[in-house]
Design a protein around this ligand. Structure first.
Ligand SMILES: Nc1ncnc2c1ncn2[C@@H]1O[C@H](COP(=O)(O)OP(=O)(O)OP(=O)(O)O)[C@@H](O)[C@H]1O
Ligand SMILES: [Mg+2]
Length: 253
């Protein structure tokens, strides 16, 4: 593979972004090198992947900037960010993980956003796949953090709010003229009972659902027991639906 594929997983809070991201990381790692980016300041992708990560970009950056011997001139900022980025990547046998963490207090996420853009800019040199578990909401779009993503995955469950959020992501991308190579709307936690509602809400919001991930009680059980959700069995219908998303990713480009 000459150039890596960057995938972002977005959607309203609680729709299943982290579960799906972790499954994609695990499955794609069977096809090439993967960098998993946890871009949610409330970090939980490592737990979903079953790894423990001690570093994060926000803290590495602050440590670097606070070091007494370092110059704090603006021109050096970029260099420090790069350093922070490399220091914060943790390597595991199957994949690498980069946790963004928080930076510059709760409100300002600028440096972290910058780092993600930088990773995406240079991804050709690094991993075959980059999977970004986004913070809920639209900030990654308005700040153009995810502008260079190839495949934008928008997760929604069969609720009105989640489908409306999914539509806002599509609308805002158009407004900002962010042209993803592909956008995939994924319905999660689908049951035979709620599937008609998922279809109706998607249609009302002008969305077309690419893949339906069934409700899988094991995901909740694993979560409650503190077991990594990415370890649900391969023959689970939810895991098989995610295989279909992987096929789409593998056939991209
Ligand atoms: N297919 C599924 N079947 C059953 N439960 C699921 C499924 N997908 C996710 N869940 C459950 O839904 C909850 C939310 O999932 P997850 O944490 O992945 O969402 P999220 O979008 O990352 O949330 P946040 O916005 O808070 O980061 C979790 O308790 C998880 O166990
Ligand atoms: Mg999450």
């Amino acid at each position: 593979m000459s150039k890596g594929i960057a995938i972002a997983v977005s959607g309203k809070g609680g729709v299943g972004k982290t579960f799906l991201s972790s499954m994609l990381v695990k499955k794609l790692s069977q096809h090439g090198s993967v960098l998993a980016i946890d871009a949610d300041p409330d970090t939980n992708l490592p737990q979903a992947l079953g790894v423990s990560v001690t570093k994060n970009v926000g803290e590495s950056r602050e440590a670097i900037l606070n070091a007494p011997a370092r110059s704090k001139v603006a021109s050096a900022k970029q260099e420090y960010l790069e350093l922070a980025l490399h220091e914060a990547i943790e390597e595991f046998p199957q994949f690498d993980v980069l946790v963004m963490g928080r930076s510059e207090g709760e409100g300002c996420y600028c440096a972290v956003n910058h780092v993600i853009r930088q990773v995406l800019d240079s991804r050709g040199k690094g991993h075959d796949f980059t999977v970004i578990d986004c913070h809920a909401g639209l900030e990654h779009l308005s700040r153009r953090t995810t502008r260079d993503v190839d495949i934008m995955i928008i997760v929604a469950d069969p609720t009105k709010n989640a489908m409306q959020s999914a539509r806002r992501i599509v609308d805002l991308s158009r407004e900002l003229r962010i042209d993803f190579g592909q956008m995939l709307v994924i319905a999660n936690r689908v049951t035979p009972e709620n599937r008609p509602q998922a279809d109706r809400l998607a249609a009302e919001n002008g969305l077309s659902i690419a893949v339906y991930i069934p409700f899988e009680p094991l995901v909740g059980q694993f979560d409650t027991q503190g077991r990594p959700v990415s370890q649900i069995p391969d023959d689970s219908p939810a895991s098989q639906a995610i295989d279909e998303i992987c096929r789409r990713i593998l056939s991209y480009g």
